[in-house]
Design a protein around this ligand. Structure first.
Ligand code: HEC
Length: 464
């Protein structure tokens, strides 16, 4: 039914929009998955931000493929930072004024105020006093240590959210240190890990930001880069890898595809959801590359791929020119064709200071093979469960998560066949620490309960 189709597309786009918004609203910046921030990459030139599409690499197994999620992507042309060392970190005063001081004010200044109280050894409110002294011994340096070690704020005092903790540490360490997220998260299914190398014989192209300039006070910049796919016959996307150039400013990125090229190539501002018909993949801290065991997602000549990057220069790093993006590996249209389907509910009401749940359920109408599942909630999620209830009444778990971290979202490997008559049931649980009701909506203060599924054949409406 066209209406349903429309609704689903809308819900999907909305979901992405909300995710993008939500991620944006806490003023958080990314820590790169699987590696350290790539600190050697500052270039002073090439700040145009034109999308680059760099096609036709031939990738044989074990070939010259040199990007990984850790981003060792060296184009250090006249950069003025040394990679991976503690030299020359002067935390940005502009970033202190624009957001870091507000975090200290909320969580530290009861004790570390202008006049220290309750045994606190010093004030943390004055920028100059924080950065004075020899590097390693300054107050900012001690601050990084106590924050990374979890010693401050003292037990019993309000804790920083993961986003705030990340921002403060990023600021104080010039983007060098990244608190680990998701330590309390346990999943019943393994993370969908792509093999280290792409399959033999595939080709690839990159879509990247092309040296996009990110200023030192940029907290939320949503930028889209779209390119026409460089293929001259139908292909399957076999694998997608994030390219992490300057991980210090990268919050998250995602790729959609516009069928038939309704979106023109170019670079434009795109707060909210990026245009496009189908959603292909998202990268955020903690996400791995994806690779289909066989077959993949469809790519046709004339399609446009849209890369959206959410930039957040929480550390206030100067002179950033970023070339992050995605590497798309494709092969002839052999094997199963996949699509990403979405399930979930917008019926979310979480009363102040309490725990609440929301459920979704649908009945499978077309047999599909499910390969992987990406559960999605926002910051106050605490638990996610997804089951299949077979026609005979038996239950099988798809994936359940105990604990939740908005900053460590992952796609889980959940291979199983779903048959007509099976019911898929999901449940999200939240713990609301706030003094107000939380509901579905666009923002960190709001919540979501979605499950994105890679299925084949590509029937987005397989469960209604
Ligand atoms: C409830 C009061 C209180 C709050 C809130 C608090 N601190 Fe402290 N802080 C102390 C006390 C007391 C000490 C000294 C004794 C100790 O180390 O426990 C201290 C020590 C420190 C030190 C010095 C540690 C060292 O080894 O020299 C740093 C740095 C620090 N706090 C940072 C912070 C930051 C950053 C925050 C906010 C995120 C914060 N504190 C919040 C009370 C507090």
């Amino acid at each position: 039914m066209p209406n349903l189709q429309y609704l689903r597309t809308f819900v999907l786009l909305l979901a992405i929009a909300l995710m993008a918004f939500a991620v944006g609203c806490d003023g958080e910046s990314a820590d790169p998955a699987g590696g350290d921030a790539d600190t050697g990459d500052l270039t002073d030139s090439d700040v145009g931000g034109d999308p680059d599409v760099d096609g036709d690499h031939d990738h044989d197994a074990g070939g010259d493929h040199d990007h990984d999620a850790g981003g060792d992507h060296d184009h250090d042309a006249g950069g003025d930072h040394d990679a991976g060392t503690d030299t020359d970190c002067v935390p940005s005063e502009a970033a202190w004024d624009s957001h870091a001081s507000a975090i200290v004010d909320t969580y530290c200044s009861d004790c570390h105020g202008a006049t220290p109280q309750f045994g606190a050894p010093f004030s943390l409110t004055d920028y100059q006093a924080l950065v004075d002294g020899d590097q390693g011994d300054r107050k900012v340096d001690t601050m990084v240590q106590v924050l990374m070690g979890g010693q401050m704020p003292p037990a019993g005092y309000p804790l920083l959210s993961e986003g705030e903790l990340h921002d403060l540490v990023a600021w104080a360490s010039c983007g060098e240190e990244h608190p680990e997220h998701g330590l309390n998260l346990e999943a019943t299914a393994p993370v969908w890990e792509a093999p280290a190398e792409p399959p033999a014989g595939v080709e690839s192209f990159d879509i990247t930001a092309g040296g996009y300039a990110v200023g030192p006070t940029v907290v939320d910049d949503y930028r889209c880069f779209s390119v026409e796919v460089p293929v001259d016959e139908a292909r399957f996307i076999r694998r997608i890898e994030p390219i992490i150039d300057d991980g210090r400013v990268l919050h998250h990125s995602l790729v959609t595809i516009s069928r038939g090229g309704a979106v023109s190539p170019g670079s434009f501002s795109c707060a909210g959801f990026p245009p496009g018909d189908d959603y292909l993949y998202a990268w955020g801290p903690g996400m791995s590359p994806i690779q289909f065991p066989d077959g993949g997602l469809r790519l046709d000549p004339g399609d446009t791929i849209i890369l959206q990057i959410h930039y957040n220069n929480g550390a206030g790093v100067q002179g950033v020119s970023d070339d992050s993006g995605m590497r798309v590996f494709h092969a002839p249209t052999e094997g199963p064709e996949y699509t990403m389907a979405e399930l979930g509910t917008a019926s979310i009401f979480i009363p102040a200071n309490s725990q609440a749940e929301a459920s979704f359920e649908c009945t499978v109408n077309t047999e599909v093979d499910l390969e992987a599942t990406w559960p999605h909630m926002h910051e106050i999620g605490s638990k996610f469960e997804q089951f299949v209830i077979r026609d005979d009444g038996s239950e099988e778990e798809v994936v359940s998560l105990t604990g939740w971290s908005f900053h460590a979202q992952r796609i889980y490997h959940t291979p199983m066949t779903l048959f007509p008559g099976d019911r898929i049931r999901g449940k999200c649980t939240w713990d609301n620490p706030h003094d107000h009701l939380v509901h579905f909506g666009p923002g960190t203060a709001d919540e979501m309960c979605f499950s994105f599924l890679y299925v084949t054949p590509p029937v987005a409406d397989f469960c209604g």
